[in-house]
Design a protein around this ligand. Structure first.
Ligand SMILES: Nc1nc2c(c(=O)[nH]1)N[C@H]1C(S)=C(S)[C@@H](COP(=O)(O)OP(=O)(O)OC[C@H]3O[C@@H](n4cnc5c(=O)[nH]c(N)nc54)[C@H](O)[C@@H]3O)O[C@H]1N2
Ligand SMILES: Nc1nc2c(c(=O)[nH]1)N[C@H]1C(S)=C(S)[C@@H](COP(=O)(O)OP(=O)(O)OC[C@H]3O[C@@H](n4cnc5c(=O)[nH]c(N)nc54)[C@H](O)[C@@H]3O)O[C@H]1N2
Ligand code: SF4
Ligand SMILES: [Mo]
Length: 910
């Protein structure tokens, strides 16, 4: 064979970060992967032009990383601890599978749940659901197994876009919220660091938008790469975004003529005209129990869904009605005064003047007014645009929020304010405005528009966990108690990972009153996540992991979490394994496609060493635990990503025996082709290996929820949160009936109209609680994305490191140059950053583009086991951040910020 004939180009996908999936081809020469190239065949269908970002270029080095785990290993040192050498020794796959199957079969014999009612088997997967695009049919094995606790968290979920996930999906089916970048002309971005976090698609879309003239205002304490290429940087104080956004709302309500708002949208498409009674609940029609609005044409109150009503947006009216509260209580009955929800909103926002906001967030009132007025000026209220032959409202203004803003205390208020800002000008779920990407809690999960089903009071339905006396339960199904504590988390396949996932760790030592004692899982599977680095209070997480009796880690290299494993299984990584996934439509971050379909990830090269494909591992585990029939049944039902039996054919696998990897994916490929082509084409695995991708058009009008809302006669549940207020009261009663008072602070978050508070205060209080004086810890330590790194997933690659080192901040902690001068710190000096309980060291990186009271530690480093990364010497916020109820909001999330001290260290670092 000549060298030329041995050269192939193999199409595949990258999903190393949540901004994907993106498409690439890999050049293979003589059986060796040598280059990552764009997938030119996908250029017309992929919103990133068939290209990948820098991280995907690291995949070659990832495959050939000399530090990979390439054989199964078992631990020989029974003692677990950070300073204990695990004593891993190579074993055969057969021995590894025997070890695991024996454990699993033992668990099965003693019962799938333990004395607390928690699953004995737990599994943790990382990075925002991306592992699902790499783990083949393992979900089918887990489904066949039965109850598994998937709520031992890592950094994802509670540290991620958590409040946005829950409230975004509740209000507009937006698990992730995004600007409609291709049409948006004015974007207020509060800490959304899209130039680092948006992936190849986000960056491409934003660069085009900016070239077209979109003005982006970047509001954040540190000048990120996104701030650096925005039209304006607004350096606000950390965790005060709610004040800034409330100031904007005030300016729009009180300092602009009403006609600049979209009054028609507010009247017809939101709950703004609903009448709110004296107790704060909607006034309702006695017969139908529907909320009432005031019909300005007839001067009478009518149920909200009455035809030909001209809803009064503002005012107070006397109406004959009832008012019902929590648990169905009748609070008032008779002639009652009702104010419209919009009038309630204006009264509520009156106090939040730009001057008030300026004091809270340290942004001049004039800047707040400027941004508010520019937003209104760009909103194009009254204009329309044709999309797919439909006439839709055109409102090219949006607000995006980053992960520290939309999370933890203040996250609810920021998400609410952002969504209210969109409704004020009718820019919610319409072209140019603030739109949602995907659904993860409502059903059906793969169809966002379909999931907008009619619910109570003219709003959308939402799968809230019940809070009524009959259905609420103090007996959680898993350790993080999401069903008991967080109504908004729902109870679908994603809910476990979206519960307060730090509870599973925190409550291991002391479970609060009312919950069954939190126990150790007997078997813990861990894959593509590194909680010992990515979560808060990483030192205690590691200590707790050390107590887990049996840990099975799917391993790429050694890392800080698999350091505590009992068995390491060498994983066939990105370019070595096989899987078909759905692509297109609307997905995370900025993945908005005009196409939808499937893409194949395929073995570009042979798996190195003894590394094995996940699907093969799953099939064998099912076999060794006697679960093959259930496992195949789950695959047939769609656990591999596509149901095998559908209206266009039956490709079901025989449940009687274990198929090989190719047979499974061949069936899935056929079912996918049939689904995509409505039965006209059925392609097997070989075709997909050649082509890599198949799509059909996805109508752009489906990016927007607005037409569905109109079609179904639904309103957006804004601004007034009557339902959530009721849920909060009910939850409080249930908890108190069970003597659970430790969630009282979180219960205060359930408000119909949120009050803006000092949301940074809990982090200051944490200093005092840890025995420090707040004035001795005057700095805010924050974190930010690095474009080059996917969390800590690719920190072991020297090529990625080389690229990253060209970008400021990757070598240490960023601080303001003037602050540094006052403290006698120079560029490159060793500094110590401390809380009362913990300290880390690193190099000082001096910049002007950061507030004097703020420090920034990029990424999530601090590795001590991962080869290469363990020599970086770059500090991590996670080593200092604490995990506590005080820092947990009502959705169960927290935020990545810590109050710290900063000193130069005299003696050099080792
Ligand atoms: N300081 C700080 N901490 C943060 C954040 C932050 O911004 N700053 N962000 C938080 C957020 S939003 C998130 S979503 C989380 C993410 O946090 P995690 O989901 O825990 O992600 P990683 O730390 O990247 O862990 C991934 C692990 O998988 C391993 N790995 C990579 N590729 C493969 C592979 O092919 N096979 C196998 N078997 N393993 C592989 C890597 O070595 C690594 O140990 O982090 C959170 N933590
Ligand atoms: N390259 C890359 N892309 C990624 C990921 C990755 O690891 N690597 N991870 C993906 C995941 S899981 C997530 S969750 C997203 C996260 O995406 P983003 O939220 O866009 O990313 P970060 O850079 O972590 O966001 C932090 C930004 O918020 C600012 N900030 C911190 N505190 C505050 C505050 O109180 N107020 C304001 N206004 N700003 C503040 C910081 O200065 C920083 O610029 O990125 C996704 N994309
Ligand atoms: S943005 Fe980069 S790392 Fe993330 S999925 Fe796309 S190509 Fe992969
Ligand atoms: Mo995340």
């Amino acid at each position: 064979m000549t060298a030329a004939s041995a050269t192939r180009r193999v199409p595949t996908y990258c999903y190393q970060c949540v901004a994907g999936p993106d498409l690439l081809t890999v050049k293979v020469e003589g059986g060796v992967a040598t280059e990552v190239e764009p997938n030119f065949c996908a250029a017309a269908v992929h919103p990133g032009g068939g290209k990948v970002c820098v991280k995907a270029f690291g995949l070659i080095q990832k495959t050939y990383n000399p530090n990979r785990v390439l054989t199964p290993m078992k631990r020989t040192n029974p003692k677990k601890g950070r300073s204990e050498d695990p004593g891993f020794v190579p074993i055969s796959w057969d021995e590894a599978m025997t070890l695991i199957a024996d454990k699993l079969n033992g668990v099965r014999a003693s019962g799938l749940t333990d004395e607390s009612g928690y699953p004995r088997v737990a599994a943790s997967f990382g990075g925002g659901g991306t592992p699902q695009s790499y783990m083949g049919t393992f979900p089918a094995f887990l489904a066949a197994w039965g109850p598994v606790d998937m709520g031992f968290g890592s950094g994802q979920g509670v540290k991620c876009y958590h409040s946005e996930h829950l409230y975004g999906e509740f209000w507009h089916r937006a698990f992730i919220v995004a600007p409609d970048t291709p049409l948006c002309n004015y974007l207020i971005s509060c800490g959304s660091n899209v130039e680092a976090s948006g992936g190849v698609v986000g960056i491409w879309r934003h660069s085009r938008a900016r070239a077209r003239g979109m003005k982006r205002v970047q509001v954040e304490p540190h000048l990120s790469v996104t701030g650096a290429c925005s039209a304006q940087w607004v350096p606000l104080k950390p965790k005060t975004d709610a004040a800034f956004l409330f100031g904007l709302i005030h300016a729009m309500l009180f300092e602009a003529p009403r006609h600049q708002l979209d009054l028609e949208f507010l009247r017809q498409r939101t709950g703004s005209p609903y009448l709110v009674g004296p107790n704060g609940y909607f006034l309702r029609d006695r017969a139908t129990r529907q909320p009432l609005v005031w019909d300005a044409a007839r001067s009478i109150a009518v149920p909200h869904d009455t035809a030909d009503t001209v809803e009064a947006l503002e005012g107070r009216y006397l109406v004959d009605a009832i008012e019902t509260g929590a648990d169905g209580e009748l609070l008032a009955d008779g002639v009652l005064e009702g104010a419209t929800a919009f009038t309630r909103l204006t009264e509520h926002m009156r106090a939040y003047t730009p001057e008030w906001a300026a004091k809270a967030c340290d942004v001049p009132a004039a800047t707040i007014r400027q941004v508010a007025m520019e937003y209104l000026a760009h909103a194009c209220v009254g204009e329309t645009i044709e999309i797919d032959g439909k006439t839709l409202p055109y409102r090219p203004v949006a607000v995006s929020l980053g992960k520290t803003v939309n999370n933890g205390w203040g996250g609810f208020e920021c998400c609410w304010a952002r969504t209210v800002l969109a409704t004020l000008v009718g820019a919610l779920e319409v072209p140019g405005g603030t739109i949602g990407t995907t659904v993860r809690l409502a059903r059906p999960m793969s169809q966002r528009l379909e999931s907008a089903k009619p619910g109570p009071d003219g709003f959308m339905d939402f799968p809230l966990n019940p809070t009524d006396r009959e259905h609420w339960s103090a007996r959680p199904n898993i350790r993080n108690a999401y069903r008991t504590m967080v109504p908004l988390a729902g109870d679908g396949p994603w809910s476990q990972a979206l519960g307060p996932t730090h509870f599973s760790w925190m409550f291991l030592d002391a479970t609060p009153t009312g919950l069954p004692r939190v126990t150790l899982p007997e078997v813990w599977f861990v894959y593509r996540t590194n909680p010992a680095i990515s979560f808060w209070d990483t030192a205690s997480i590691a200590d707790k992991m050390a107590r887990f009796p049996f840990v099975v880690a799917f391993a790429y290299t050694r890392d800080e979490t698999n350091h505590f494993a009992d068995v390491l299984l060498p994983d066939a990584t990105d370019l070595e394994s096989l899987q078909l996934i759905r692509v297109g439509g609307t997905k995370y971050v900025e993945q908005f496609w005009d196409h939808q379909g499937f893409a194949l990830r395929q073995p570009v090269v042979d798996a190195r060493g003894d590394a094995r494909d996940f699907t093969e591992v799953a099939t064998e585990l099912a076999q060794r635990t006697g679960l093959t029939a259930g496992y195949i049944k789950s695959i047939n039902k769609g656990a591999g990503g596509v149901p095998l039996k559908g209206p266009h054919g039956d490709f079901s696998l025989d449940t009687g025996h274990s198929p090989d990897r190719e047979t499974i994916w061949d069936a899935i490929c056929r079912a996918a082709s049939a689904e995509l082509s409505e039965g006209s084409e059925v392609h097997g695995l070989d075709w997909w290996k050649q082509n890599g991708l198949a799509t059909r058009p996805f109508p752009r009008s489906e990016w927007y929820l607005y037409p569905t809302m109109v079609e179904r006669g639904l309103r957006f549940e804004l601004p007034y949160q009557e339902r959530l207020m009721r849920v909060g009261v009910e939850l409080g009663r249930r908890l108190h009936e069970n003597d659970m008072h430790w969630w009282d602070r979180q219960l205060e978050e359930y408000q119909a109209l949120p009050a803006c508070k000092d949301f940074a205060q809990p982090w200051v209080a944490a200093v005092r609680k840890d025995g420090g004086l707040p004035e001795e810890y005057p700095f805010w330590l924050l974190t930010a994305r690095s474009m080059q790194y996917a969390w800590g997933g690719n920190v072991g690659l020297q090529m990625i490191r080389e690229v990253a080192e060209n970008i400021a901040g990757h070598k240490g902690v960023i601080l303001n140059a003037n602050t540094a001068q006052q403290l006698g710190i120079e560029e490159g000096d060793d500094v110590e950053i401390a809380t009362p309980g913990r300290r880390v060291r690193g190099k000082a990186v001096l910049r002007q583009g950061i507030r004097p009271d703020t420090l920034l530690a990029i990424g999530q480093f601090g590795h001590w086991a991962t080869p290469l990364a363990r020599d970086f010497g770059v500090p991590s916020l996670n080593a200092l951040a604490s995990m506590s109820l005080d820092l947990t909001d009502a959705t169960g999330s927290g935020a990545d910020l810590v109050r710290v001290s900063l000193h130069r260290v005299k003696e050099a670092l080792r």
